[in-house]
Design a protein around this ligand. Structure first.
Ligand code: IMP
Length: 441
């Protein structure tokens, strides 16, 4: 067994890309298996900053095969834009990419549907989607009759398929938009545009399910790169304020086609605090100066949409839930440096609902809206920690904070990040975050 998975345990944007980038060199393949161009990974290599939303961050490491597996919803224009960008910056190995012929393709109607539907949750609050057509494309996938997969684009029936779906979508969009807003889609233009995309990406298209099964059976080291965060999981997250794929650990096998027996290590990624972008309940949200300070210090603005992220205290109830759900074996705590300078820090250790305290994460969004977080308060630290490279370089209060996170989540902290650069990362030796060892550094 040689499969490792990196999963965000909050609402996305946990800086997973940095950990994936660090782990990539130890792997033969890196796989994206759910979501689409709604994700945003920022990876800093030396002085170079790369922003990717669809290609796996592994494309920055030569010699590694990057795979976009069948569970992804695929925006070909975005993939081509990212490939062109990498090639113009001489990232050698962007050719070493395989895209599943099973991915469902995002078409112009998906963007229009996304814009119209986001205004329509039954309780009036917008989901606040990224507007990348993700939900409508997954809906068509499950609905089957209007779905187009990448493999379909190389068949002689592609033109007929486009005409059939465009006609149906024009009828649908006409009913969703007012007369002045509705602009009919042109099947011939879409066919020409997407045939061009198909030609450009043809060298990368493959049966990645077979490729990955063969690689797993041969004992190749595979890194699965989760997108978004487990609280946005369509089945187990804060529904309906979620994305449309299984973004927790439960999605690895259905998105990639690789069964669980080949996955032996699941690393959960958490920020040292919480953020959420878009609508939906957020029990530990700080709608105050501390929240604004975290937003400014952490540059908490969306990579994809540039929206300001909502910020709050770390929620150990939520993280413990998503860690169990994802089968996490260790966690990495990211952006710890953002908390420097705060007098005290709070961690949510339980929720109070209807006068009762519980550590259970509610299954219904209405209950999650009503819970009151129960906090434990820890002292902060004033030092700048961006130069810390080992555990002993951190102030005692920062180490105590990490130790408490590990205790509350129930798995060890394996790595700590104190800045975006590759070397601003502190490995935590097994067992080191216990009082005695921590104090000796
Ligand atoms: P969608 O995935 O565009 O449909 O958006 C659904 C919800 O997931 C919205 O609240 C988005 O803000 C959120 N979301 C989607 N992708 C990401 C991500 O990569 N990071 C954080 N939030 C995301």
């Amino acid at each position: 067994m040689a499969g490792t998975c990196v999963i965000g345990l909050q609402w996305g944007d946990e800086a997973k890309g940095k950990i994936v980038d660090l782990l990539t060199a130890e792997h033969d393949l890196v796989v994206r298996y759910q979501g689409g161009a709604n994700a945003g990974h920022t990876v800093v290599v030396g002085d170079e900053v790369y922003k990717l939303s669809l290609l796996p961050s592994g494309v920055l490491t030569p010699g590694v095969t990057c795979v976009i597996a069948g569970g992804v919803v695929f925006n070909p224009a975005k993939a081509i834009e990212e490939l062109d960008e990498l090639q113009s910056r001489n990232v050698e190995d962007s050719d070493n990419l395989r895209i599943s012929d099973r991915v469902h393709v995002i078409f112009p109607w998906h963007f229009s549907e996304d814009r119209a539907l986001d205004k329509n949750t039954s309780d009036g609050e917008d989901i606040g989607t990224t507007g990348r057509g993700i939900g409508p494309c997954y809906r068509d996938k499950v609905g089957r009759s209007h779905a187009i997969r990448l493999g379909d684009m190389y068949r002689s029936t592609f033109r007929d398929q486009i005409e059939h779906v465009t006609a149906a979508k024009n009828r649908l969009l006409e009913s969703m938009y007012s007369t002045s807003e509705f602009q009919p889609l042109d099947a011939s233009a879409i066919f020409e545009q997407y045939s061009g995309y198909a030609e450009r990406i043809k060298p990368y298209v493959a049966d990645t399910t077979e490729l990955l099964l063969t690689a797993a059976e041969a004992g190749k080291r595979i890194l699965f790169e989760g997108a978004q965060g487990a609280l946005l999981d369509v089945d187990h997250g804060t529904y309906p304020f979620v994305t449309s794929s299984n973004s927790s650990g439960v999605g690895i096998s259905n998105g990639s086609g690789v069964p669980g027996q080949h996955i032996d290590r699941v690393i959960g990624i958490v920020k040292a605090y919480s953020t959420r972008v878009g609508g939906g309940p957020f029990p530990t949200e700080l709608d105050n100066d501390i929240g604004q300070r975290i937003r400014d210090q952490g540059n908490e603005y969306g990579t994809v949409t540039k929206r300001p992220r909502r910020c709050g205290w770390l929620d150990a109830v939520a993280i413990r839930y998503t860690s169990r759900l994802s089968g996490v074996s260790s966690i990495c705590v990211m952006l710890l440096d953002v908390l420097s300078g705060l007098e005290e820090l709070k961690i949510c250790t339980a929720y109070e609902l209807d006068g009762k305290q519980s550590a259970r994460f509610p299954s219904h969004v209405d209950d999650l809206r009503q819970v009151k977080p129960v906090y434990e308060t820890l002292p902060g630290w004033q030092e700048d920690i961006t130069g810390a490279r080992q555990l002993g370089d951190l102030p005692a209060n920062a180490r105590a904070y990490l130790e408490r996170i590990g205790q509350l989540v129930g798995v060890p902290v394996e790595m700590v990040s104190v800045g975006p650069a590759r070397d601003q990362t502190i490995p935590v030796p097994h067992g080191a975050l216990t009082s005695g060892l921590v104090n000796s550094g």
